[in-house]
Design a protein around this ligand. Structure first.
Ligand SMILES: CCCCC/C=C\C/C=C\C/C=C\C/C=C\C/C=C\CCCCC(=O)SCCNC(=O)CCNC(=O)[C@H](O)C(C)(C)COP(=O)(O)OP(=O)(O)OC[C@H]1O[C@@H](n2cnc3c(N)ncnc32)[C@H](O)[C@@H]1OP(=O)(O)O
Ligand SMILES: Cc1cc2nc3c(=O)[nH]c(=O)nc-3n(C[C@H](O)[C@H](O)[C@H](O)COP(=O)(O)OP(=O)(O)OC[C@H]3O[C@@H](n4cnc5c(N)ncnc54)[C@H](O)[C@@H]3O)c2cc1C
Length: 667
């Protein structure tokens, strides 16, 4: 029975029953007690700061208020980060996630893409010129690449930058309606500069797409400059705090020095100097793709915290007539929907940790002049970005559904998380398109395998003997699970390659063969990413040092991740009789056992993510489990309840009750 003060008794019982120390698991997730302490310190700085609490809740704000309030919060965050000397991206990330949770920043693109693009693609002189202005917000910029007509196919962008050697300027133009920049974050009303991706023309030749710094608004009045038409694109599915914008450029002249020239150059006479690799200009997209993995994991983790705590508190339906109503977390169907998502949130966190390290290592190599790992970085970041955003967005929605009616209310905090995470499936490369980039890499690797060439370590599984059957026994060993995922991926890669080969043999061109095989190629890419994430999870629990009780609990969760993925995608695992029917039954039975095994630790697993209530902003996910009082308080705080009788009653309902409808004929 729930009490109205203190911690809900069901939730308290859950915490008493767990088999491991939550603090130990938090230490493992966040890489040590010092880092946990630091994260808590940063969260506390934000959640205890009265500045962030003076605004009305996000769900009660109009679009204009969402923008204005979020802008104030992020400008304040910017100021505080400077005062507190928070320079590490991870520190800023933790401080911000607590200060403005899931409120997409009106200066976010400035921080996440504009400044990093100058840093990575600018010359020393350009960095010296622009970075101090950008750091002090005198220049506020965005990354303006996508156009109304093209987002995916960036070689098809229509914006032009034509070099005029007489004046040593570029002339920028949006020659058609489809060429206008459309979607860039913060572009509509906030920014005064843009990094514009445009087709470079010099000496009469098209040299492909390049980045140009373009001032769009006056630095004093903030009015658009001559030749610039700019504005907000209007309300969207979410992202109300963000002024995604449109931009038309008409004969806008910028100095030659405004082309980002660290790698490609246009000399004064108009001579074009090529970069060492044309795709080096895509580096800022790779950075954000890498960051999206952690961002998506965080969204799913928070949704699991909310949904699992609520499932422990919520009681529904007497199990036997007249008996006590069960905690909904005890229904096997609820466990089947939630626990694999809990496992997925851990899998994605570890994938995000890996991605962060790999990104830093590989970009350091690239900056040192060694570009060898660029294709791997592209394939891994594109694949993990797509896989994580798909799995986590769908997972957040399932968490919402698992909360029944209350999940549909903004009081749950879940809709806010969902609308923040789901565009990650689209921006920074639409997920299907990203998976096809992965497939392109896989086909190259397959070609190497056929030629007997060496493969990078993470691709060596492709040489597995596809006639081999699974080693799965009742024990359901982790290595047999990994082998199953790698077997499926290797077979799907081979099948996709065979499909293309067959089409070529039937007289199709390589391009036609590719287009005729994209579904199979996508299956292969997804299977590859699934294998990659599973193996990473297994290696993390097997090879890392951690408390033995935590390790045992985490091993069950990891097993659940792997077994559930097989049972849910069974067709792909049994197509070549890799598993026999006896082994399938073993896996199904194991799945049910694992749900029961994880049940006593479910709340502890979500507590270990260590998100304060102020970050979750959820009546259902509160640490103390006092959900009903919170829902009641939330309802009472609705602006709709400020007056007992609304003006609309007198204006519309009362006249209608009296049969008077004249007011409508006035319209
Ligand atoms: C890791 C850091 C973690 C830190 C965590 C802490 C702090 C983080 C702080 C903050 C971030 C927090 C969260 C982030 C979350 C949210 C972000 C907020 C807002 C989001 C803003 C969104 C902004 C945008 O959307 S910008 C626009 C993005 N647009 C796209 O992505 C377009 C997609 N299209 C493409 O990328 C390309 O067109 C393409 C599909 C790849 C095709 O390119 P194209 O040139 O046409 O290719 P082509 O066919 O000629 O050649 C293919 C060839 O090129 C290789 N290739 C392609 N791309 C790359 C690359 N990037 N690198 C290397 N190589 C590349 C490809 O492999 C092919 O090679 P090959 O021919 O087969 O050899
Ligand atoms: C919230 C949000 C913020 C954004 N912020 C920015 C920003 O700051 N800066 C910026 O420049 N852009 C931004 N964008 C734009 C974003 O990057 C693009 O929308 C994205 O890259 C997808 O491109 P698209 O819209 O052209 O989709 P399309 O390519 O038109 O996709 C439509 C469909 O076609 C399919 N498709 C397209 N091409 C292929 C192909 N080759 N093979 C198979 N299928 C294909 C896709 O899979 C998809 O199903 C933002 C978008 C959103 C939603």
């Amino acid at each position: 029975m729930a009490t109205t003060t203190g911690v809900n008794s069901d939730l308290a019982k859950e915490r008493n029953n767990s088999t491991f120390d939550v603090e130990e698991l938090s230490n493992f997730i966040y890489r040590g007690p010092e880092k946990v302490k630091r994260r808590r310190y940063l969260h506390n700085l934000a959640t205890k700061d009265p500045f962030f609490r003076k605004f009305k809740p996000w769900a009660f704000q109009t679009r204009e208020e969402q923008y204005e309030i979020c802008l104030q919060k992020h400008l304040y965050i910017n100021k505080k980060c400077k005062e507190l000397n928070l320079t590490e991206p991870v520190d800023k990330f933790f401080y911000t996630e607590a200060a403005a949770p899931h409120e997409n920043s009106p200066i976010g693109l400035h921080t996440v893409m504009f400044i990093p693009t100058i840093e990575k693609q600018g010359t020393e002189e350009q960095k010296k010129r622009w970075l101090p202005l950008a750091e002090s917000l005198k220049m506020i910029g965005t990354y303006a690449q996508t156009e109304m007509g093209h987002g995916t196919f960036i070689r098809g962008l229509e914006t032009t930058a034509t070099y005029d050697p007489r004046t040593r300027e570029f002339i920028l133009n949006s020659p058609t309606i489809t060429s206008m920049k459309y979607w860039p974050g913060n572009l509509g009303k906030t920014t005064n500069h843009c990094l514009v991706m445009a087709q470079l023309y010099t000496q009469g030749k098209n040299c492909g797409i390049h980045m140009f710094m373009v001032q769009i608004r006056d630095l004093e009045t903030h009015m658009p400059l001559a030749g610039i038409e700019v504005g907000d694109i209007g309300p969207k599915f979410g992202y109300g705090t963000n002024d995604n914008g449109f931009l038309r450029l008409s004969n806008v002249r910028i100095p030659r020095e405004n082309m980002l020239m660290r790698y490609s150059k246009v000399l004064e006479d108009g001579t074009y100097v090529k970069p060492p690799n044309a795709k080096i200009a895509y580096g800022s997209m790779v950075l954000v793709r890498a960051a999206i993995v952690t961002d998506a994991a965080r969204a799913l983790a928070q949704a699991c915290v909310i949904s699992i705590r609520y499932s422990a508190v919520r009681r529904q339906t007497e199990v036997s007539p007249g008996g006590e109503e069960a905690q909904i977390i005890d229904y096997q169907t609820q466990q089947y929907r939630l626990f694999p998502l809990l496992a997925t949130s851990y899998a994605m966190y570890f994938a995000g940790r890996f991605m962060y390290d790999f990104y830093l290592k590989t970009t350091a190599e690239i900056e040192g002049g060694n570009l060898d790992s660029m294709p791997q970085l592209h394939a891994i970041s594109a694949g993990l970005k797509a896989f994580s955003s798909w799995m986590c967005s769908a997972g957040v929605e399932t968490c919402r559904l698992c909360c029944g009616g209350h999940g549909y209310s903004h009081a749950s905090g879940l809709p806010k998380i969902y609308i923040d995470v789901v565009p990650g499936c689209t921006y920074e490369g639409e997920n299907n398109v990203m998976m096809l980039q992965v497939a392109r890499f896989l086909m190259k690797m397959y070609g190497k395998l056929q030629n007997g060439e060496a493969l990078p370590t993470f691709m060596q599984y492709m040489s597995t003997d596809l006639n081999k059957k699974s080693c799965m026994t009742e024990e359901v060993a982790l290595n047999c699970l990994v082998m199953a995922y790698e077997h499926r991926a290797a077979r799907m890669i081979r099948d996709a390659a065979a499909s293309m080969e067959k089409l070529v043999q039937s007289g199709k061109s390589p391009v036609e063969a590719w287009n005729g095989s994209t579904v199979m190629l996508t299956w292969a890419a997804i299977a590859h990413c699934h294998a990659f994430v599973t193996k990473l999870f297994v290696e993390t629990v097997v090879k890392s040092r951690m408390d033995s009780k935590v390790q045992s609990a985490l091993t069950s969760l990891c097993k659940l991740y792997a077994v559930h993925g097989i049972v849910e995608n069974l067709g792909g695992f049994i197509q070549d009789q890799f598993f026999d029917s006896k082994q399938v039954k073993i896996l199904q039975k194991k799945l049910m056992q694992l749900l029961a095994e994880i049940r006593p630790n479910a709340v502890a697993f979500v507590d270990a993510f260590d998100y304060p209530d102020e970050v979750l902003q959820s009546c259902l996910g509160r640490y103390d489990g006092q959900v009903y009082q919170a829902l009641y308080d939330y309802a009472k705080s609705s602006p709709m309840n400020e007056k007992e009788v609304l003006d609309s009653y007198y204006k519309y309902i009362k006249p209608a009750q009296n049969g008077k409808y004249q007011q409508y004929s006035k319209l």
